[in-house]
Write a protein that binds this ligand. Structure first.
Ligand SMILES: [Zn+2]
Length: 239
């Protein structure tokens, strides 16, 4: 095999390895904003639950207060009726008032039962609100830790990117300019690998069957061979 071609292909493969690593690192860097957003949204969700729980507590407490006011009101009315009862001489009127009082006392019992249920429900909602508050507080800690971790990851990835980029530039400088341009054009076009091995007579990129002549020439390494289907640069890999 022609030494110069073989060397160029080796360099291209090395370059490709660095490009591959760079592409993975850059993909990870691009993911970071989404991960940050997701972490923030998790806390927002907890805050929404707390907000809802607090509104529930407010509503529940208001309802209890209204019931208390109503019970108070009915009790006062009962008191007034009892005073009226003292002034009454006729039995009929007395019984009519007695009936009215009994109805009101029944109403008070119903209201008190309702109040008791409402108070129990309110206690439950208050417990939920306290729990939600704790969740928010915990969530703030989690978010802070997540953001710090993501920041560290970003720093680390950027350092790796910089180091690999420098190595890549070093190798790229050793590849003949026209071949490098060709490589970069193909890479841009195919997106994954610009240089692929010949595998069982097929292109290692698009897997189409290659003409015998192309395989033969690649094996001899007289010039750089490309796949006529996908345009990738081919290299011969002994089994
Ligand atoms: Zn191909």
């Amino acid at each position: 095999m022609c030494a110069m071609i073989a060397d160029s292909l080796d360099l291209l493969l090395e370059l490709q390895e660095y490009d591959r690593k760079l592409s993975i690192i850059r993909e990870k860097l691009r993911e970071l904003p989404r991960l940050r957003k997701r972490a923030q949204e998790a806390l927002e969700k907890r805050k929404e639950l707390l907000q809802r729980a607090r509104e529930g507590v407010k509503k529940g407490a208001l309802h209890v207060r209204r019931l208390e006011a109503e019970i108070d009101d009915v009790r006062k009315k009962v008191g007034k009726l009892r005073e009226q009862q003292m002034q009454i001489r006729s039995n009929e009127e007395y019984r009519a008032l007695e009936k009215e009082i009994a109805q009101m006392e029944e109403r008070i019992r119903v209201l008190e039962d309702d109040e008791l249920n409402r108070m129990e429900a309110l206690e439950q909602i208050e417990r939920e609100a306290a729990e939600a508050e704790k969740e928010v507080k915990d969530g703030e800690g989690v978010l802070e830790a997540d953001l710090r971790m993501l920041k560290d990851r970003e720093t680390d990835l950027k350092q790796q990117e910089e180091s690999i980029r420098r190595h890549r530039e070093d190798i790229a400088g050793q590849v003949p300019a026209r071949l490098r341009e060709r490589y970069e054009r193909i890479l841009k076009h195919v997106g994954d690998y610009a240089v692929v091995p010949i595998e069982n007579g097929n292109c290692g990129g698009c897997h189409m069957r290659l003409p015998m002549q192309v395989i033969y020439d690649a094996k001899k390494g007289l010039k750089v061979q490309t796949c006529s289907y996908c345009g990738r640069i081919l290299y011969w890999k002994p089994d």
